[in-house]
Design a protein around this ligand. Structure first.
Ligand code: FES
Length: 139
C-alpha cells in the first residue's frame, strides 16, 4: 500500500486537484528494441495527450526517465504531493495514465489512491518519491 498515516495527515487537503502532470519517456523503445520512429515511447506520449484532451492534466515528454529496464515508462507528478514512476507500460497505456492522473487530481491527501487505480499502474509502479516539504525538519 502507499503512504503512511503520518505522511497523509501532513498533506491532508493540500490542493484542489490542479497541477497534475504526466511525464512520458519518449525514448523508450518497443520490445524488439527498434529505432523506428515514432518510438513506442513517442506513441505512448501521443496516446496520453489524446486521453488528456478536455482535462486539466498536463502531458509532456522527456528523454529517458532512467527506468529503461522496465520498458515504457512514465511519471505522474503533482505540486506539493508524492511523485510516482511507472514502467511496463504499452503504447496504449495513455488512458490508464490519465485515469490515474485524474484520480490523483481528486485526491485530498497528496497520495495517489490505490483503490480505483488502473491495474497497469498497480503492477507497473516502480517508485514513489515524497515531496521535499515532507522531508523538512519540523523545528
Ligand atoms: S529510455 Fe525510457 S526510461 Fe530510459
Amino acid at each position: 500500500m502507499d503512504g503512511n498515516p503520518a505522511a497523509r495527515a501532513e498533506y491532508a487537503d493540500n490542493g484542489n486537484g490542479a497541477g497534475v502532470t504526466v511525464v512520458v519517456c519518449s525514448s523508450c523503445r518497443d520490445e524488439q528494441g527498434s529505432d523506428v520512429r515514432p518510438t513506442a515511447g513517442e506513441r505512448l506520449g501521443v496516446a496520453t495527450a489524446q486521453a488528456a484532451d478536455r482535462t486539466d492534466i498536463r502531458v509532456t515528454q522527456v528523454q529517458c526517465l532512467g527506468n529503461c529496464k522496465r520498458r515504457l515508462s512514465a511519471a505522474i507528478l503533482r505540486d506539493g504531493s508524492w511523485s510516482y514512476v511507472f514502467g511496463d507500460l504499452t503504447p496504449d497505456s495513455g488512458p490508464d495514465l490519465i485515469a490515474g492522473a485524474s484520480l490523483f487530481a481528486a485526491s485530498t491527501d497528496g497520495v495517489l489512491p490505490w483503490r480505483g487505480r488502473p491495474d497497469s499502474l498497480k503492477r507497473g509502479l516502480v517508485a514513489r518519491i515524497p515531496p521535499l516539504d515532507l522531508l523538512k525538519d519540523p523545528s
